[in-house]
Structure formats: C-alpha cells, structure tokens
Design a protein around this ligand. Sequence first.
Ligand code: SIN
Length: 537
Amino acid sequence: MLSILSGRGYQGSMKVESTDFLIIGSGVAGLRAAIELAPHGQVVVVTKDQPGESSTRYAQGGVAAALSDEDEVGIHLNDTLKAGDGLCRRESVEVLVNEGPTRILELMEWGAEFDKEGSNLSFALEAAHSKKRVLRAHGDSTGKEIERVLVNKVRSLPTVSRYSFAYSPDLIVKDNTCYGAYIIKDRKTSAIVAKATLLATGGAGQIFARTTNPFVATGDGMAISYRAGAVLENMEMVQFHPTALYSPAAPQFLLSEAMRGEGALLRNINGQEFMKKYHPDGEMATRDVVSRAIVSEIFATKSDHVYLDLTHMDKEFIKNRFPAIYSTCLNYEFDITEQMVPVSPAAHYIIGGVKTNIDTLTEIRGLYVAGEAASTGVHGANRLASNSLLEGLVFGARAGESIIRNPLDDEEIKDAGLKVERESSGRSFSTIVQYDEIRSKLRKIMWDRAGIIRCDRSLKEALDAFEQWHWILDKEFMTRRELELKNMIQVGLIITTSAMERTCSVGAHFRSDYKEKDNCIYAIDVQKDRGITRELI
Ligand code: SIN
C-alpha cells in the first residue's frame, strides 16, 4: 500500500515511504477513524503490539448513549457536565452526546450485538448517571465486542493496511506542521510521510504501580506530541477506578462499576459498610469520591484493601450478568457469588491529554489526536463512566471527517519526504541498563506521591526523583521497551508538574493541602517551549 517516495528506497539507514493517512494506535478511536478515511485514500494503521491489543479490548462496563425511551441527550449532557466538575468544554460535550446515538446505531448496523431485554436494548446504571443508559455486550465484555466489529470492518477495507509490532519514536514536524512519523519495526527505522497523522494511542495507566490498563498503555502519543511541540492539557486529572482486584497472586483486574450499579456493596476489612459515611450517593458516588473513601478506610483499618460484596445478590444473576469477571476471579480462587472480593483502587484513565479542538486537530497543523490520548474537553475534571468508548467512536469518526476536509497537499508531502531523507543519517541510539529498576521505581513513586491524594510535599518528592532520569528524556532509543520507559518518564513528569500547579481540589484531582475547589475553573496547559500556563475554560 505504501509507496517509496523517492524511488531510491534507503538512504543511510532510513527508508522514506508515503501514504495518504497515517494512524498510530488501533483501539476504538483509531479503527473508527480508519473506516471514515478508507474511501478517500490509502490508510496505514500502525500498532505497537498485535492488532486489537488496546484498552478498548478490556473495557467491561459499557458505552453510554441516550438511546432509551426514558433518556434524553440533554440529560446525558448535564450528567457529563456535572461529573466534569466545571472543567468540561460544553461545545465538546454537546458533540459527544448529540453524535453518540448515531455512532452506536451505525455500529449495530455493522454487527455489534449489545445485550437486550426481550427485543429491546438493555441499559445499565453506572455511577453519576441519572438514567440507565449504559449499553453492554455479553454482560461485561463491551470493549471486546466493539473491537471485534471495528476490526472486521477494517479488514474488509482494501485501502487500509496495518503494521503490527511497529512503534513511533517521534513525529516528523517542521515549522509547526506534522508530515508523518518515524516508525521502528524489526529494529529498523523508517519514515512514513502522510497528508495527515492521527494519534489514537490510548492512555498511560502503566506509569502507576496499580492500574487496570494493559501493558501497552504507556502514554506514547502524549509524549511524542509533547516532544513535537503540541500542548498537553489537564494531565493532572487521572481517574482512579475504585475497585481493582487486590491479591498478591492475581492481576489488578477491573471489577466493573456496573457491579455496584447492580447492588454490590463496599465493606472495610471489619465487614462494615462505609460509603454512606462519605457521600449520600453511597456506592454510586463518582469514582474520585469512592476511591478516596476506600483510601481513608484502608488507612483507618491499617489494611491494604477493602471488600466488594455481592454475596447478598442472586448467584445465577451474577454469573449471567458478569460472566467474564466471574470466571476470571474464579481462576484466582475468588468465587464472587460466595465470598467478598478484596479490592483497592487503581489508575484507570488519563482524563487530560493532547489538547485538540472539536475536530480533533491539535495546535500542530496536520496532527490530530483522538480517544484517551486526547483532551477534547469532554471529560473536564472527571470522566463520567462509560463515556470513553463513546468518545472514541464519536471523535474517531470526526477525526476522519476533519482530515478529509483539510489534508496537506501532495507537493508539501513530497518535499517533506525528500527533506527527511537528506537529514536522516547519523542518528545514534542509547540503552538503559537499569531498565527494570527505573521502571518499577517510577511506577511506585507515581502511585505513592502523585496518586489519589497529593500534596505539595509528596509532589516535590516525586519531582526530586525524576531528576535522576532527566538524561533519558534527551536520548534516542531503538527498542520498544526503552522508548516506552522514556515516554512514561515524560508523561509522569508532566502529570506531577501539572498536579503541583493546580493548587485546589477539583474532580479527580485531590490535594490534601488545598482541599477546596476555590476558583479552579481553568485548564492547565503544558508545552515544551512555553512551559506551564493556566488557561481560563
Ligand atoms: C467499568 O466497567 O467500571 C469501567 C467503565 C469505564 O471506565 O467507563
């Protein structure tokens, strides 16, 4: 599908190829964009692991859309704005809730099977939704179903080619225009120039010691955009999911919020219910409230977990409603129908990201970002549960539409490719000898010092620790794991710096030394040349 730009192939060690549209990342946003772009030219989707390995695949709870007879887009809008705690960009939320239903119906036309009650769609309740509006598939495997449908659709499109196990160390940016990206595959670097580049690389949960995210979530799109000069917005807004499995012998597996939506209770290690003490909505309070309540109980009971209790619920209902969670827990010897399950919070979603407009365009011409890697303004200070798959669908499609309207022209691309060829020889690559040690220290520091509850002192300690790794940020690396570590350090540093700058508590960001919201209604922007700035929303 790709054409060799100059016809000469390699110069030095760099091959330069061209395509119409380059997408990095193959979760919901990337795949949806590929479908939109396919009729308009050659699309290359680069993915650093096997196709479909992304946070999308692991999303359990579902996808929210105002499709039930009892619901309205206006109510979905208000719930999203309320959860966002004053920091959403209203225009973006309007796009999300208005276009969401169409994107879901389209997905169903392509074969998505959401759970039904009789012949009608069945809607679940999740925290901070005032209506039952969360669609799910196979009980608790919604992401897998959406990904199945999108992957099948993409496979049927002859203009889309996919590069697996390929990753990008950097974008090709000159004079604030993005012409594509450098790509490493099989230890060889090439450059792919394109009329538009979309990053749909997902989140960065791996920078925290506890996370529900898959191994691929290392903040790559955020870090490479930052290096290229894009603005990162509200990176301190990290959503911690209250209930990830807590057991030394088991992974930090997500126990969906929908379980509390169906009546599961939280109890401390003494078996006492506690949520009503912290919030009138109890178990259905927003995730930040529930996560902090759990941290308080853990502290008060000198333990390291609390329990999620479903034992009062009907056993057959649990097995049918949460089949994947039931069987995964059983594999680790927890029968959720018979016993309380040990849980504690884990990093789940990066609410901030690369700042984009409602058409997913960043401040760099030719560079678009969608999905978790982006900050479109839909989540504000706190993401409403199950709005993220919807965001991927809506803004993935919008990215495609926006790119089609405004691609770079052929001549520009040709010139950029020739320049890259001339400049590309003589790069030297470093190695990180203490890779494992640095990675695990970074994850522990982010969890302990820049996690659910932060303060000036803890954040300073984190920043001090980052000093020893600054050298890594200036080096080039050839292997995926070293590049990921470089990106994790970059994103961790930006999260910590942004958390330090936001001297108030709002949404998912909680400072024990600034517990009030005060006049917190600004965005925090970080950009390489301009540093950190506050922007009024
Ligand atoms: C969950 O199932 O609890 C996660 C859903 C989400 O993060 O939106």
